[in-house]
Design a protein around this ligand. Structure first.
Ligand SMILES: C[S@@+](CC[C@H](N)C(=O)[O-])C[C@H]1O[C@@H](n2cnc3c(N)ncnc32)[C@H](O)[C@@H]1O
Length: 197
């Protein structure tokens, strides 16, 4: 089974990802000058981040490789005229160059096996407008392994080198918590980048 087929199975089996990430919420609320712009949610799953962005006034396109996730996202987001969804792969985004002011990746790229995650970053840089913002939440080296999907983790130097190939990194923070009564550590880089001219 491919990584994408595994994700489709997960989205069929349970409702995965029903609420917006608190780091994205904080980032958007602190950067209110971006509101009303055009956003892409890469690996949107069932659409929790996309719905939050639409509620805040963005025009949003959500893409996900799982047809089941997009089916659920369309159902749950049906009341937002400013929200559209597409089944699509982050490594081959169908949108034109320089389309989006803001792109978000909440834990999608970390599940794209190497070397395709590099292609996904290249695609995100292509569809971002000059000076557009890319906000990525991606697994840190000490993130617990994923049971059913591939997980690409990064050390800080590797994260800086990888994202720095395509963007100017504004900041790179870390955020960790434990899950299951302390059995698993969920550990991410919160990376804010800007596309150059
Ligand atoms: C950890 S989930 C995150 C979902 C969503 N961003 C959220 O925060 O709820 C990862 C998502 O990435 C999607 N995905 C995995 N590989 C992908 C790819 N190559 N292109 C697009 N989406 C992909 C999966 O289907 C899944 O919905």
């Amino acid at each position: 089974m491919t990584a994408i087929e595994k994700w489709d199975t997960i989205h069929k089996a349970r409702d995965w990802g029903l609420y917006p990430d608190n780091h994205l919420v904080r980032f958007v609320m602190r950067n209110r000058d971006m509101l009303g712009k055009v956003a892409l949610d890469v690996g949107c799953g069932v659409g929790a981040q996309s719905i939050f962005l639409a509620q805040q006034g963005f025009d949003v396109v959500g893409i996900d490789a799982s047809p089941t996730a997009i089916g659920k996202a369309r159902m749950w987001g049906s009341s937002f005229a400013s929200l559209t969804y597409e089944v699509g792969n982050a490594t081959n985004i169908i949108e034109d160059d320089n389309t989006f002011d803001f792109v978000t990746d909440v834990c999608c790229l970390q599940h794209i096996p190497a070397p395709d995650h590099i292609k996904a970053l290249e695609e995100i840089a292509r569809v971002l407008k000059p000076f557009g913002v890319f906000f990525s939440i991606t697994a840190k080296w000490d993130h617990a392994p994923s049971d059913d999907t591939p997980l690409r983790t990064l050390r800080q130097g590797d994260a800086r080198a990888l994202y720095g190939r395509f963007f100017r990194i504004q900041y790179l923070d870390e955020a960790s918590f434990t899950d299951g009564g302390g059995r698993r550590t969920i550990s991410h880089w919160i990376i804010c980048c800007v596309k150059g001219e």
